[in-house]
Design a protein around this ligand. Structure first.
Ligand SMILES: Cc1cc2nc3c(=O)[nH]c(=O)nc-3n(C[C@H](O)[C@H](O)[C@H](O)COP(=O)(O)OP(=O)(O)OC[C@H]3O[C@@H](n4cnc5c(N)ncnc54)[C@H](O)[C@@H]3O)c2cc1C
Length: 492
């Protein structure tokens, strides 16, 4: 008889795990609490506009290729990818914009025009970052994070100083221009921590950015989810929406099923891609590996205030991805990590996918998605959302030199309370747990429950960390552990 696995949630990590488990021949059922699949990568459609509700940056195309190749497929079997050029733009003030071109040569020239000699330094940095990228991808990130020994390789030993220094130190040492310093620290924000608290080894994100480039899947990031769902279904995975798991059943120390809408569903193993903290609340207190105190002490990646806006005209002076670094970077970072509060003067990110993909908005209109990073756990009220909406629209108008407010057809917001309600997210975090030195690899919550046999985890609170590519990897590693469990002699 086929072993049965229940997968909780339908985010990237869950679908990835489901594919690998089905490939091994297990019977896989995915239960999602919401009425649509994709987790934080769900899509919102309104009046002909399409918005990716969460991720919008397609980085590390090699990880997506590797995922589909594991099933003898390619991303192009499911969606069309286009490399963006410019990759993105960054506003530092009115009439002060830095354009990040579509290849390293263009970016080095732009650096050089800001600071003499910086183009050459950038190429050197990216060369080093590529070496770290190769070490990370080939030797580290596909490991289960069970033991510190996983980190000990010839390459990591010879590069030990990269784990001792932080990213900020390296950037500040080599670049004096404040804009270039901010630009080089931007990719680290994807890891969810301050550059000052992120080991210099993670400069491999700079290679991901300037070396591997920024891509766009036609139809938005949800096209990847659609592709993965199609693959999963072809492998026999079954998906169920509106199926919130209320309890994980444990018998004789083993996970044996779940309760959904008062009905018991049995399984030989359970793999949860729902937020780790929430999954453990589905267990009795004595079966949880991590206490509330443990979670409370951890550095979480930011939450976000998000706006999905339909505009009745095309907007000028804006790129598909535009960052607004026109205010004090360190102050906003401190309001996220050191003294959590709503930011006085927030940095923000604007996404206009209809700039390069006509399917995202009706003709001559523009789809706009705004993201303001926030500390998780803050108070979230309609009044605060409105205040920041007005503030951001004013800044957008000022920096891009045009009227925008009067062209808004509709707007919807999503913030901390929605992250909690929709995803059972701890303190309403958006991107999970940060990758600081002490929250890396074997120091992150484990993929395998220490107290319940047959219970596994995946996703952005465990290894390797936040982001879509790590979620794909997480699903793969966790599915591998389930397979090992099924092969354990005398498991029954
Ligand atoms: C606003 C935003 C922007 C981002 N931008 C980027 C980006 O540009 N690029 C990038 O690479 N990454 C980005 N990320 C991060 C990336 O989206 C996430 O790391 C990744 O999608 C997380 O996948 P996951 O499988 O870990 O979890 P999730 O996608 O959160 O999936 C967990 C699922 O579990 C479900 N669930 C929870 N509780 C239960 C229950 N009891 N029963 C059943 N189901 C349950 C939830 O509804 C959810 O569907 C962004 C995230 C956000 C929120």
């Amino acid at each position: 008889m086929k072993e049965k696995v229940i997968v909780i949630g339908s985010g990237f990590s869950s679908i990835s795990a489901a594919c690998y488990l089905a490939q091994k021949g297990y019977q896989v059922k995915v239960f999602e609490k919401n009425n649509s699949l994709g987790g934080r990568a769900r899509q919102l459609k309104r009046n002909g506009f399409t918005f990716d509700m969460g991720p919008s940056w397609y980085w590390m195309p090699d990880i997506f290729e590797r995922f589909f190749n594991d099933f003898n497929k390619k991303p192009s079997d499911y969606y069309n990818l286009k490399r963006l050029d410019p990759a993105y733009e960054v506003y530092f003030g009115t009439n002060d914009k830095f354009i990040v071109g579509g290849d390293l040569e263009k970016i080095s020239l732009a650096f050089e025009s800001e600071e003499k000699g910086s183009g050459k330094k950038l190429k050197k940095l990216i060369k080093q970052a590529q070496i770290n990228y190769d070490i990370a991808i080939k030797r580290l990130v596909y490991k289960p994070g069970k033991s510190p020994l996983e980190l000990i390789t010839l390459e990591t030993i010879t590069n030990l100083n990269f784990f001792i220094r932080n990213i900020q130190q390296d950037v500040y040492k080599n670049f004096k221009n404040p804009k270039l310093r901010q630009l080089l620290q931007f990719p680290v924000l994807f890891l969810g921590a301050k550059p000052k608290n992120t080991p210099a080894f993670y400069n491999f994100m700079n290679f991901a950015d300037y070396g591997l480039g920024t891509w766009h899947p036609e139809g938005g990031m949800y096209s990847i989810i659609k592709g993965m769902l199609s693959l999963a279904k072809s492998l026999g995975v079954e998906f169920f929406v509106d199926s919130p798991i209320k309890k994980i059943i444990v018998e004789k120390g083993k996970a044996s099923g779940v309760i959904i809408n008062r009905i018991k569903h049995i399984a030989n193993a359970i793999l949860s891609g729902a937020d780790y903290h929430h999954t453990e609340t589905l267990l009795d207190l004595n079966l949880r590996t991590y206490s509330e105190r443990y979670w409370n002490k951890k550095t979480f990646a930011p939450s976000s205030l998000l706006f999905y806006i339909g505009l009745n005209k095309k907007i000028d002076n804006i790129a598909h991805h535009t960052l607004f670094f026109d205010v004090d970077f360190d102050k906003h970072a401190s309001e996220i990590y050191d003294s959590p509060k709503w930011p006085d003067d927030p940095l923000f990110y604007a996404n206009f996918p209809s700039k390069s993909d006509s399917s995202m908005a009706p003709p001559n209109k523009e789809a706009c998605f705004i993201l303001i990073p926030l500390a998780p756990g803050l108070e979230d009220t309609p009044c605060l959302r409105k205040k920041y909406f007005d503030l951001i629209i004013k800044r957008l108008e000022k920096r891009t030199g045009q009227l925008i407010k009067r062209h808004i057809l509709f707007e919807e917001s999503f913030c901390i309370n929605d992250f909690i309600l929709d995803y059972n997210s701890y303190k309403g975090n958006a991107y999970g747990m940060a990758n600081t030195l002490f929250q890396t690899a074997f120091l992150r919550p484990k993929l395998e429950s220490k107290k319940v046999k047959g219970l596994y985890f995946s996703g952005q609170l465990t290894v390797p960390g936040p982001g879509v590519p790590p979620a794909l990897i997480s699903g793969k590693i966790s599915a591998g552990l389930v397979e090992k469990y099924f092969r354990t002699p005398n498991r029954q």
